[in-house]
Design a protein around this ligand. Structure first.
Ligand code: ZN
Length: 189
């Protein structure tokens, strides 16, 4: 008998991510918030639990975290499990609504250790966040030979036209350090 088609799926963050971020800790500066995403990317690289990308979602009214995410594409065998999508989806679970700003009644920010791909940009728009903060640039992954999909040159402007405030290069050097070490280890296992 043929195996039945799958009817459900799940994404689990790695064990090391459990309890990594205190839900009651405030992260008032953008550098503090980005440090969470970069730390997630570093741990995911060091523990070999996915590609070296991390993201986090914050309620800017309180500076409290709503959710974190790392890339779990390989361990979950699901192509959509990029760090940004995982963080945005878990934030939706946390607040009970995919539209995060409607749910919390104020501004919400996505911080990501690397420039989001087109899929993650779409999820960013759909999630209703008004602020996107990026560490490493697309060219940082390409110059290290890590590949990844190409974005159209005007993607930042397109997001801004949809009401999303985009900030680049926050802790870029720290995020590139992680990517450089990942490339030195030989990339995806
Ligand atoms: Zn992505």
């Amino acid at each position: 008998m043929a195996k039945p088609l799958p009817l459900t799926m799940r994404w689990d963050l790695p064990e090391w991510a459990h309890g990594l971020v205190d839900p009651e800790q405030r992260f008032p500066t953008v550098e503090e918030r980005m440090a969470v995403a970069v730390e997630l990317s570093r741990r995911n690289m060091e523990e070999e639990t996915g590609d070296p990308f991390g993201a986090a979602v914050f309620d800017l009214s309180t500076s409290l975290p709503l959710a974190v995410g790392v890339n779990v594409v390989v361990p979950s065998a699901t192509v959509a499990a990029h760090g940004e999508v995982v963080a945005l989806c878990l934030a939706g679970v946390a607040v009970g609504n995919y539209d995060l700003e409607v749910a919390v009644g104020g501004p919400v920010e996505l911080v990501t250790s690397c420039a989001p791909c087109m899929m993650c940009q779409g999820a960013t728009v759909g999630s209703g966040v008004s602020s996107l903060v990026i560490a490493a640039r697309e060219n940082d992954t390409h110059s290290l030979g890590l590949g990844g999909s190409r974005r159209p040159p005007e993607w930042v402007v397109r997001l801004q036209q949809q009401g999303i405030d985009v900030t680049e290069d926050v802790l870029r050097a720290e995020a590139v350090d992680v990517l450089r070490e990942y490339a030195a280890r030989g990339g995806r296992k």
